[in-house]
Design a binder for this molecule. Structure first.
Ligand code: UDX
Length: 462
């Protein structure tokens, strides 16, 4: 975070006003971070969001979701006059040469991407495109390979015989929720996918001063790079989760083994944290999508199917740990720390805990849920749980453990590490902790007298 602050001051300092006006269609996660990021980089940004409620919040400088530092960046960008939110997509299409497409691509029941919003964006662009002006469309949404080519084709189709001069590029976004602002300014690489090299120079004008190598590839390659990157990250996590299972059987400690594996430069320690499985809006969705694409092309997706299966099975592992620790679940009070899919975000999409809650309720447990940021999202998206007498949602970590029989940690907020363990110990009826993210210091925990179980360790001998 210190690094981030220094970096931000440097960006503000070296900021020079740039002459390019950029349009962003879709101010969701990627679109909003891209909007404020490009505004900070000195571009004039016009952002369009079709959800009126969200648009009204954005116009007032309020971020519709929690992301560290985003709120501050949003207000600064608006106040500097470099970022504005607009109601009319036609204005953006007319005024901006560069148009970023950041609309959602939710996954359908058949596990393929729903391309409806991209299709609509292509149609809007075709309808409002001024003649005799070149437009460069940049797809940032995560999409199946071949989308940029389709997008261009659709625009030409709707244009019918009207004069049209557009190019479509694919510049995938690799930012992580919880680190989005930092990641925007400090990408590992910038992938520029083009099918017509004549626009490369134009696009590098936007990206030339980012501290990262720029790789020029085709649009389809860029799209595949994004999907394959997320599939690889998912594979790394399922790999370490598998190794952690065998650690439990061999009396090994996964933390030692992980260190030993990760210190090999070819492997790397990042994304080797064992836990209750990966969630979020990207990894599970992109893994499903890559499986579907393999099947469509008649290639066996055996590797990715295994990654998915290992991830889905993590909930059974946690359930077994809870059963083993409690002996009997019915009538017990189980505290869950963690609703969002990871720390740093209020996003609960595909959060592993969403699978755990109904199983525990079915087993007859009483649940007390706590998360530093995600309780509101949870209440709004799962109103049935708010009225369930077996579930209590708290805004205070200490309140969450009163008379509790066990704490199950499902995400990795720093707050859990700073908690007053003595107080937690005293408030609980039976002080047991299952640490599904190996976030607490096991030596310290044991000193307080907790029964403490983490992942990847045979707790009967630890
Ligand atoms: C991911 C990609 O990292 C990012 O590049 C892409 O742009 C969007 O998808 P995000 O979904 O924000 O980002 O979360 P990420 O940090 O990748 O974590 C995904 C899930 O994996 C979380 O549930 C996290 O808790 C879990 N995880 C991550 C592990 O279980 N172990 C790890 O070592 C790392």
């Amino acid at each position: 975070m210190v690094l981030l602050r220094e970096k931000m001051e440097e960006i503000e300092h070296t900021f020079e006003k740039k002459d390019i006006k950029i349009g962003i269609i879709g101010a969701g996660y990627v679109g909003l971070v891209t909007s404020v990021g490009l505004a900070y980089k000195g571009f004039k940004v016009l952002a369009f969001e079709k959800n009126v409620e969200k648009l009204n919040l954005l116009k007032k400088g309020i971020s519709p979701f929690y992301e560290p530092d985003l709120q501050k960046f949003l207000i600064n960008s608006i106040n500097s006059g470099r970022l504005s939110f607009i109601d009319e997509v036609s204005q953006l299409i007319k005024e901006c040469k560069h148009i970023y497409i950041c609309v959602g691509t939710p996954i359908k029941e058949d596990q393929t991407y729903d391309m409806f919003f991209l299709d609509s964006a292509a149609r809007e662009i075709a309808n409002h495109l001024p003649q005799n002006e070149q437009k460069i469309i940049i797809i940032k949404s995560t999409v199946p390979p071949g989308t940029a080519k389709w997008f261009k084709k659709i625009i030409y189709r709707y244009r019918r015989n009207k004069k049209t001069n557009i190019e479509v590029a694919s510049i995938p976004e690799f930012l992580r929720e919880g680190n989005a602002i930092y990641d925007f300014f400090n990408p590992n690489r910038i992938i520029i996918g083009v099918d017509n090299k004549s626009i490369v120079e134009d696009l590098t004008q936007i990206y030339h001063d980012f501290p990262a190598p720029i790789i020029i590839v085709s649009t389809t390659e860029a799209e595949l790079i994004k999907l394959a990157s997320n599939a690889f990250l998912a594979t790394k996590i399922s790999f370490i989760n598998s190794i952690s299972d065998i650690c439990e059987q061999l009396d090994c400690d996964i933390e030692n083994v992980r260190n030993g594996i990760g210190l090999d430069n070819r492997i790397g320690i990042d994304f080797l944290k064992p836990g209750i499985g990966f969630g979020g809006s990207c990894l599970p969705k992109d893994l499903n999508a890559i499986i579907s694409i393999f099947k469509e092309k008649q290639i066996d997706p055996v590797l990715f199917e295994a990654v998915k299966k290992i991830n889905n099975d993590r909930i059974n592992l946690i359930m077994n740990k809870i059963k083993k620790a409690l002996w009997n679940i019915k009538g017990k009070t189980i505290t869950i720390w963690g609703i969002s899919f990871k720390a740093g975000t209020d996003d609960i999409r595909e959060s592993p805990v969403l699978k755990l809650i109904p199983i525990l309720i079915k087993e007859g447990a009483n649940l007390i849920l706590y998360d530093p940021k995600a309780t509101n999202n949870f209440k709004n998206q799962y109103p049935q749980y708010s009225i369930n007498p077996s579930i209590k949602i708290t805004e205070n970590i200490y309140e969450s453990v009163v008379n509790s029989n066990i704490v199950v940690i499902t995400n990795d907020w720093e707050e859990y590490k700073r908690v007053n363990l003595q107080k937690i110990y005293e408030l609980m009826e039976t002080p047991i902790i299952i640490d599904g993210r190996n976030i607490l210091n096991h030596l310290e925990i044991s000193e307080y007298g907790f029964e403490y179980y983490r992942i990847g360790v045979n707790y009967e001998s630890s």
